[in-house]
Write a protein that binds this ligand. Structure first.
Ligand code: GSH
Length: 187
């Protein structure tokens, strides 16, 4: 969904090949040549294959949204990388824990809650008095962080103590491209 969202933000024309995570096609030689991990999302852009959703978004944003979705300047670029790497390391593993650690939920959940609350607190502080994460326009940093806090995940989280984060998340998901992407591709 996050890659489809980025493509919509960028107004890209593309062919979407929906494949379920357990589709045998993902482990066929032809697909493994594109992504040795045999996982979606994987894109092929002008003959170039890219995998890992957040890396795909950085690639697409830089190639097709330079100065827009991919903010201009080395420092803004560093901040985009910073938020993308941060959310992958500090938040996504914890909000993903349902899928990854279903059997260990009872053990892990109290720890995950602390880690999630810490990460949400970081975002709430950063977003106090700010509209977007980097500069004064929506960027791929916002997209990548909001994607980790997708509505299906966010519904399980309590944002009461994080009003700035909650308002920002609502801003992200009421963007026309976000709403259109969810309308078209949400199951
Ligand atoms: N970190 C990767 C995760 C990719 C991933 O795990 N994709 C799942 C579907 S959501 C998949 O294709 N799983 C098949 C498999 O790993 O065998 C990303 O963000 O792109």
């Amino acid at each position: 969904m996050r890659v489809l969202w980025a493509a919509a933000e960028l107004g890209l024309t593309f062919t979407h090949v929906p494949l379920a995570f357990d589709d045998p096609a993902l482990k066929a030689a032809a697909f493994l040549r594109l992504n040795p991990a045999g996982a979606v999302p994987t894109i092929v852009d002008d003959g170039f294959a890219v995998a890992e959703s957040l890396a795909i978004n950085l690639y697409l944003a830089k190639k097709y949204g330079s100065g827009g979705l991919y903010p201009a300047g080395l420092r803004a670029e560093a901040e985009v990388w910073r938020w993308t790497l941060w959310v992958q390391g500090h938040l996504e593993p914890w909000v993903q824990q349902d899928a990854l650690l279903a059997d260990m939920r009872a053990v892990v959940w109290p720890h995950a809650q602390v880690a999630i609350a810490t990460a949400l607190g970081v975002l709430d502080r950063v977003l106090c008095g700010r509209v977007w994460l980097v500069g004064d326009a929506f960027s791929v940093a916002d997209l990548n962080v909001a994607a980790v806090l997708s509505p299906s995940r966010a519904q399980h989280l309590d944002f009461t103590a994080f009003p700035h984060l909650a308002a920002w998340l609502a801003r992200c998901y009421t963007r026309p491209a976000a709403m259109e992407t969810r309308r078209r591709f949400s199951g």
